[in-house]
Unconditional design. Structure first.
Length: 161
């Protein structure tokens, strides 16, 4: 018999109560149980950053956390960034600066940079590079991602002005 627990989580503002196997990762819970497949799974051992989500506002490798550890937490995934069809400023900047090619790393990049831009409204290039240093991208060479993040900070500042 699998070891099961009931957890209550809020994901992108919506409350869920689910019974989960204790061995299931948060990444697999989000993807298979809640069908939020925007969170990607690459290495499954904490190296690539593709699975990054925010747990109570902090960027977290969803492949390294058990779903049961998120009981009572508020989780944000890439699906929560846009408002309906309207991309948020960070997503728009990625689109405009070609910050993605295959898109596999993109959800993790976006969530990592969401955390950075909340904590640091006006980051420099070095801070952006430091923030995404745990997110691997095999396509872009990172330059376009850095440009997108810096432009997103400017767009967010303009929105507030
Ligand atoms: S899938 Fe989680 S860090 Fe690579
Ligand atoms: S866009 Fe392909 S891995 Fe980053």
């Amino acid at each position: 018999m699998p070891d099961m627990r009931t957890i209550r989580v809020t994901v992108n503002g919506k409350a869920y109560t689910r019974e989960v196997e204790t061995r299931v990762s948060l990444a697999d819970f989000l993807r298979h149980e809640l069908r939020l497949t925007g969170t990607h799974v690459g290495c499954e051992h904490g190296m690539c950053g593709a699975c990054t989500v925010l747990v109570d506002g902090a960027s977290t490798r969803a492949c390294l956390m058990f779903a049961v550890q998120s009981d009572g937490c508020s989780i944000e995934t890439v699906e929560g960034l846009a408002e309906g069809e309207k991309l948020n400023p960070l997503q728009e900047a990625f689109r405009d600066h070609h910050g993605l090619q295959c898109g596999f790393c993109t959800p993790g990049m976006l969530m990592t940079l969401t955390e950075l831009l909340r904590e640091q409204a006006n980051p420099g290039e070095a801070e952006v590079r430091e923030a995404i240093s745990g997110n691997l991208c095999r396509c872009t060479g990172y330059q376009a991602i850095v440009h997108a993040a810096l432009d997103a900070a400017r767009r967010l500042a303009n929105d507030k002005a």
